[in-house]
Design a protein around this ligand. Structure first.
Ligand code: NAP
Length: 309
């Protein structure tokens, strides 16, 4: 359904970047409309303990943090649509944003759609998603109480997954393709201190085995090439993320991995379209940096709208 109203600002995405942009933009008088997406709240909704977001000295659970930020955004002049954006047209002004049920127009846009978990790309992995293969310990860990599990990856996400699962599972084996982790030292130490977590370095999963559900994996030693089998009840893949930019193809400059190309962190190749958070940031990817980028984007929008007058 086409909506004739021209919004001053549409924010696409409702993680820390999008919602912080909403707080600032609303307080700046832009009356933002947030298209929050079906996976509203972003990656922090899939995170347990957040210990590095300033203002929470005892730490906070990811979903609770997002609830608080959303409440704060709602306190000011922000409206929400709980749908995904399916396409955009940035070749005309006002810009066009098509959601699942409506066609919206806006003078300015902030894209803050973040990134989603990456998969290994094995055929057997796709077959067993939801039947023993997962990319979210917080969502699915509960189903593996007392089981033996693998976490794949050597970054912060893998450590967080292993930490969470160690509280539920009988045993967690972290399978990493190199001989050292890239995770923060504090997280590495924390996970290594868990009695029921062990590490298999220089190892990759060749195949996930099972019939109706996962029963094991075929592993390969990356140094010797040796193949082995390991019985396992579940595999949690934690090998990084890919940007959520599928709906933008052909409308804005993206890099070869699909991240939005930016100058000065927030300007895109289209005047009036700004960006914030993990959808363009493949380096820092923190809730706090995303929130900071959301702030900058909102302040730039304020100037942009002022100059349109
Ligand atoms: P990441 O840092 O890019 O780590 C991905 C890991 O997966 C790496 O160890 C990588 O191996 C491995 N990997 C990638 N592709 C693989 C493949 N095809 N097969 C096997 N292994 C593969 O991603 P991340 O852990 O998701 O973290 C992303 C960002 O979010 C980081 O900046 C991180 O600090 C941040 N983050 C922070 C927290 C926190 O609690 N503060 C929590 C989660 C994430 P190599 O090491 O060999 O490349």
């Amino acid at each position: 359904m086409e909506n004739p109203k021209v919004e001053r600002l549409i924010i696409i995405g409702s993680g820390p970047a999008g919602l912080t942009a909403a707080i600032y933009a609303a307080r700046g008088g832009a009356n933002p409309l947030v298209i929050s997406g079906r996976a509203a709240g972003g990656q922090l909704m899939l995170t347990t303990d957040v210990d590095d977001f300033p203002g929470f000295p005892e730490g906070i659970q990811g979903p609770e943090l997002m609830q608080k930020i959303r409440k704060q955004a709602s306190r000011f002049d922000t409206r929400f649509i709980e749908e995904d954006v399916v396409s955009v047209d940035f070749s005309q002004k006002p810009f066009v944003v098509n959601t699942e049920s409506s066609s919206l127009k806006a003078e300015s846009i902030i894209i803050a759609t973040g990134a989603s978990a990456q998969w290994l790309g094995l055929e057997s992995e796709q077959k067993f998603i939801g039947k023993g293969v997962s990319a979210c310990a917080v969502c699915d860990g509960f189903f593996f109480k007392g089981k033996n599990l693998i976490v794949v990856g050597g970054g912060d996400t893998a450590m967080r997954e292993a930490q969470h699962l160690s509280k539920l599972a009988n045993k967690v084996t972290v399978v990493h393709r190199r001989d050292s982790l890239r995770a923060q030292a504090a997280l590495e130490e924390l996970v290594k201190s868990k009695e029921n977590v062990e590490f298999k370095f220089n190892t990759v999963i060749e195949e996930i085995l099972g019939d109706q559900k996962v029963t094991g994996v075929k592993l390969k030693d990356t140094q010797t090439g040796e193949i082995s089998q390991m019985p396992i009840d579940g595999v949690f893949v934690a090998i990084g993320h890919k940007p959520n930019t599928g709906f933008l193809k052909g409308q804005i400059d993206l890099d070869e991995k699909g991240y939005i190309l930016v100058t000065d962190e927030i300007y895109t190749s289209v005047d009036g379209v700004f960006v914030a958070g993990d959808v363009s940031d493949h380096k820092y990817r923190q809730g706090v940096t995303a929130a900071g980028a959301g702030t900058k984007a909102a302040l730039e929008v304020e100037d942009y709208l002022e100059n349109l007058k």
